[in-house]
Design a protein around this ligand. Structure first.
Ligand SMILES: [Zn+2]
Ligand SMILES: [Zn+2]
Length: 269
């Protein structure tokens, strides 16, 4: 019924816990989860989750916050994107939240890395999983430059994950054909502005996610998050839009399968 479009089940928090997590998912009717890669070094572990479980899928990418590890080339991404059960590119994007004393101008390496991911998405036709924090203008500008939005080109598709930006940013992302994914933040007491944004985003462009192990939704806020909690995000959206939980579950899963067509194509592969 539900799909968790973004989680990090290879993280140390979940060592040895996968059978319990899967049992909790089944109990909560969470039918599938997309395991998101943040470094080339962890890709093998992320990929193994997807090849070892018929309802887990994987992406390949290097998170903008990743420093001091292997810098991905276009070929690094293309090679891994060609493997079975790899269905998207990311997470990628820009994060100027933790500059650690540097200026935005100093973050050219992050922008260059993001460009490489967009090129990989264009070449493979796979959707992009975009992370943006304190950097929405540059995130959108580079996407417009690299994304193939010109006449006669095939544009990239993708999702702005764990969305916490304004309605204007949501509108710009929607105008580019992108989806918006909401996390447990949507249920936080101090997130009234974000709930307003979620009210504005059309249901046929919304995904839901946990970003496990982070950001557990209310009533589990502060605990380790797992895909089994994603229905709480759907419940919040249902309340905001005056819909049933079932309608939100069905729409967000349909949206996920539309954006990540390889999930259907490779089902069981
Ligand atoms: Zn992220
Ligand atoms: Zn993430």
């Amino acid at each position: 019924m539900f799909t968790d479009s973004h989680c990090h089940l290879n993280f140390p928090d979940f060592q040895g816990q996968i059978p319990q997590i899967r049992a909790a998912m089944a109990e909560a009717q969470v039918d599938r989860a997309l395991c998101i890669c943040t470094t080339l070094e962890e890709f093998a572990d992320v990929h193994a989750l997807a090849t070892g479980h018929d309802n887990f899928w994987a992406t390949v990418g290097v998170h903008p916050d990743t420093e001091g590890l292997r810098e991905p080339t276009l070929d690094d991404l293309l090679e891994r994107a060609a493997l079975p059960r790899v269905v998207g590119i990311g997470e990628t994007g820009l994060d100027y939240y933790r500059l650690n004393g540097r200026s935005v101008a100093d973050m050219e390496w992050q922008r260059e890395r993001y460009r490489v991911h967009i090129r990989a998405a264009r070449q493979t036709g796979l959707p992009l999983v975009i992370h943006t924090r304190s950097a929405s203008d540059d995130t959108l500008a580079i996407l417009r430059e690299e994304g193939g939005f010109g006449a006669g080109e095939t544009a990239v598709q993708g999702v702005f994950h764990c969305f916490t930006e304004t309605e204007a940013v949501a509108r710009a992302a929607l105008d580019l054909g992108f989806y918006i994914s909401f996390s447990g933040i949507l249920t936080f007491r101090n997130a009234a502005d974000l709930r307003e944004v979620a009210g504005f985003v059309p249901l046929d462009r919304i995904l839901i996610e946990t970003d496990s192990p982070y950001l557990a939704p209310v009533p589990y806020r502060g605990k380790t998050n797992t895909p089994a909690y994603v229905p709480w995000v759907a419940k919040q959206i249902a309340e905001l839009k005056g819909l049933t939980l079932e309608a939100v579950a069905e729409a967000t899963t349909t949206n996920f399968l539309r954006l990540f067509p390889r999930v259907s194509l490779m089902n069981g592969a």
